[in-house]
Ligand binder design. Structure first.
Ligand code: AQP
Length: 339
């Protein structure tokens, strides 16, 4: 088995309304991994246009995600931060992997079914093949670890299937693999943050109700108001994890508290078990403000100087391209293209 250089890759779509779920499920873990790994963090704008994006807003949202990475603590000088469309290897490898991936595999992707909804015939072809492009994003860097929220687990499994089929088709059964099988890194107490209005739905950027999510640019009053109004049940908090069974809203708020305070759920329930939400919610609001307000403030400072963000993105793209280009060249050679 080939030893691959441990490398982290992940991406966030510049589709606006960056929220607590994106932070706890992904961006917080980006920061945690950067001391131990080489990391590449990408603003995945090619993915964003799988659904309509206003061009002016898209550009602003690319800056917003870049600012969020930096404000959360990603070190863009030590690691690589860039936007996907600047590095053509993503689209080129994406096409080649479209030809490796199988329609039957894509037909099983639940996110396409959810996002296309009833109007499937009218969804873009890009939305359908999105998971193949995601595989290309990761494999263009031969990345070994991919920090994501729980909702991306199925796409990661597909990326592994695509890598395995490519290795098999182009190298045969027994040769050392060209692509690693990337591992999902799904960690923390809030790998799937749920809507504050409905504990059965994922917190999401596209949910019409602003009250369903806390965004990274919400101010302290907005954060406190949204937590105060978050849906709960009438019972006090239980003393242990088992007591959260069948209580999705309580479970969500406790998970958020645990993740924001870097504790586990049991530790939070040891402190708050038996207490009412009237006591727990203000403590959660204070904690959320303490963690998120500095990130929001730093984002707004960075967004005031987009030319600096541009410079980070241009530099990051050049460094990303230097890693991805030789991988793509090798893939083209293996596929049999005259290069
Ligand atoms: N609710 C969530 N809890 C934990 N992690 C989440 N992520 C998204 N929502 C949650 C993780 O955030 C990273 C970036 O996500 P994305 O921008 O690529 O796209 P998404 O998953 O489509 O985000 P949304 O907010 O859910 O947008 P819409 O409304 O468009 O569907 C990923 O690692 C993701 O797992």
């Amino acid at each position: 088995m080939t030893d691959f250089h441990p490398r982290v890759f992940s991406g966030v779509q510049p589709t606006g309304n960056l929220h607590l779920g994106n932070y706890l499920g992904a961006i917080k873990n980006f920061v945690a991994l950067q001391d131990s790994h080489d990391c590449i963090y990408c603003v995945v704008d090619l993915h964003a246009i799988t659904v309509w994006q206003d061009p002016q807003e898209l550009k602003q949202n690319i800056y917003e995600v870049t600012a969020a990475f930096l404000a959360a603590g990603v070190d863009a000088t030590k690691h690589v931060v860039f936007n996907q469309s600047r590095v053509s290897a993503h689209a080129e490898l994406g096409w080649i992997l479209n030809c490796v991936s199988r329609i039957g595999w894509l037909n099983r992707m639940t996110q396409f079914k959810e996002k296309a909804g009833k109007n499937r015939e009218n969804a873009s072809v890009g939305l359908y093949v999105y998971p193949n492009l995601m595989a290309a994003d990761i494999l263009a860097y031969r990345a070994t670890h991919v920090p994501v929220g729980d909702d991306q687990k199925q796409h990661l499994e597909l990326a592994r299937d695509i890598a395995q089929k490519f290795n098999h088709d182009y190298l045969g059964e027994n040769a050392p693999p060209f692509f690693p099988l990337p591992e999902p890194v799904i960690t923390g107490a809030a790998t799937r943050v749920m809507s504050l209005r409905d504990g059965s739905r994922k917190m999401s950027k596209s949910e019409p109700s602003e009250m369903s999510r806390i965004t990274l640019t919400d101010d302290a009053d907005e954060i406190a108001k949204k937590i105060k109004k978050a849906k709960t049940d009438p019972d006090p908090l239980p003393g242990d994890k088992e007591g959260l069974q069948g209580r999705p809203e309580a479970s969500n708020l406790v998970g958020i508290f645990a993740a924001l305070s870097d504790r586990d759920v049991d530790a939070v329930l040891t402190e708050y078990g038996g207490k009412q939400f009237s006591e727990f919610k203000p403590a959660l609001a204070d904690l959320a403000v303490e963690v998120l307000a500095p990130i929001g403030a730093e984002m707004s400072r960075l967004l005031d100087a987009p030319e600096h963000l541009e410079a980070f993105l241009a530099d990051g793209a050049a460094r990303a391209d230097a890693i991805a280009s030789p991988v793509l060249s090798k893939v083209k050679e293996m596929v049999g293209f005259s290069t």
